[in-house]
Design a protein around this ligand. Structure first.
Ligand code: CP
Ligand code: NVA
Length: 341
């Protein structure tokens, strides 16, 4: 790719250059669509083996205060493909938080790097990093939001159904955490029909629901909150989505209450088959669908269940598009870096 081709590819993103990507709340539907188009284009180049080193010589810092497979690998591979050099800071061996404040860390890293990814706890941390860094900061997951995941989910839905607008997505399980919140925000912006299918105590926060309801009204989408586990069939859901019942950073003790409260909302093959025609299953992963993990086995020994949020049968079925979704993490994260660096 020569200099002219690079600048032609990035020209539509002039307004995003230098901008952080902290939550989808900060991005318009048009900007989200443009990022998806860029991701699709970069995916095409990658599949054809065509180099796209759009940010040759730049450096990016990847801060992970929680563990990761997909997000870390996506940022590292995407940075390398763009010609940028990634530096990984693990949860234990930097000074962050223990000996150095977030504001100081941001000002130090901002002098050395062209962009910073942060995965960790409260959203206020990534917001503070962004305020002080002077370079774009990308949210690689906080307790409240997981915006890069939603871009991957939307690229996958668009590849599968050819569109986002009008698609009905039912989110089953703990809808008040990062995935439920972010899917609700994204669906509301893109004119999709979002349903949180969960006990009332697990619905997203009322203020965020109201903000998203206003967005959905503008976009032609809709939001539904229901405790009825059969809702995906009633709504003719095209996408049934779930996530782990206990998220990173939550205490072990909550497993018992989550298993009690959320078991009726487990995704099963009959549920998928009874939903909309061609209904697909999505999950941000990692998923507890069998006994091949330490946690899965420990839960089995303690509670006698051989899967949690999704049965192995549903996870392994032809309706499951979770690995397409996982691959798209890399292409969409690359688009975010390409557009904002
Ligand atoms: N979906 C996701 O964020 O996966 P990782 O925790 O492996 O990064
Ligand atoms: N809700 C999950 C998402 C993992 C990608 C967590 O925060 O652990």
């Amino acid at each position: 790719m020569n200099a002219e081709e690079k600048s032609a590819l990035l020209a539509p993103f002039a307004a995003l250059k230098g901008r952080s990507f902290l939550t989808l709340r900060d991005y318009s539907a048009a900007e989200i669509l443009a990022l998806l188009d860029l991701a699709a284009c970069l995916k095409g180049l990658k599949k054809k083996g065509l180099p796209h080193r759009l940010h040759e010589g730049k450096n990016v810092a990847l801060i992970f205060e929680k563990t990761s497979t997909r997000t870390r690998c996506s940022f590292e591979v995407a940075a390398a493909d763009l010609g940028a050099h990634p530096v990984y800071l693990d949860p234990k061996s930097s000074q962050i938080g223990k000996k150095e404040s977030i504001a100081d860390t941001a000002r130090v890293l901002g002098r050395m790097f062209d962009g910073i990814e942060y995965r960790g706890f409260g959203q206020e941390i990534v917001e503070e990093l962004s305020r002080y860094a002077g370079v774009p900061v990308w949210n690689g997951l906080t307790n409240e939001y997981h915006p890069t995941q939603i871009l991957a989910d939307f690229l996958t839905i668009r590849e599968h159904f050819g569109r986002l607008k009008g698609v009905t997505l039912c989110y089953m399980g703990d809808a008040r955490y990062n995935m439920g919140n972010s899917l609700m925000i994204g669906c509301a912006k893109m004119g999709m029909h979002f349903a949180a299918v969960a006990p009332k105590a697990y619905w997203p926060d009322a203020a965020l629901r109201a903000e998203c309801a206003a967005e959905a009204e503008k976009s032609g989408g809709s939001l539904t909150f229901t405790e009825d586990p059969l809702y995906p069939a009633k709504a003719g859901a095209q996408v049934v989505y779930t996530d782990v019942w206990v998220s990173m950073g939550e205490p072990e003790e909550v497993w018992a209450e989550r298993i009690r409260d959320l078991s009726p909302y487990r995704v099963t093959l009959p549920l998928l088959e009874g939903a909309g025609e061609g209904c697909v299953f999505m999950h941000c992963l990692p998923a507890f669908h069998d006994l091949k993990t330490e946690t899965g086995l420990a839960i089995y020994r303690k509670f006698g269940i051989d899967c949690m949020e999704v049965t192995d049968e549903a996870f392994e079925s032809g309706r499951s598009i979770v690995f397409d979704e996982a691959e798209n993490r890399m292409h969409t994260i690359k688009a975010v870096m390409a557009a904002t660096l």
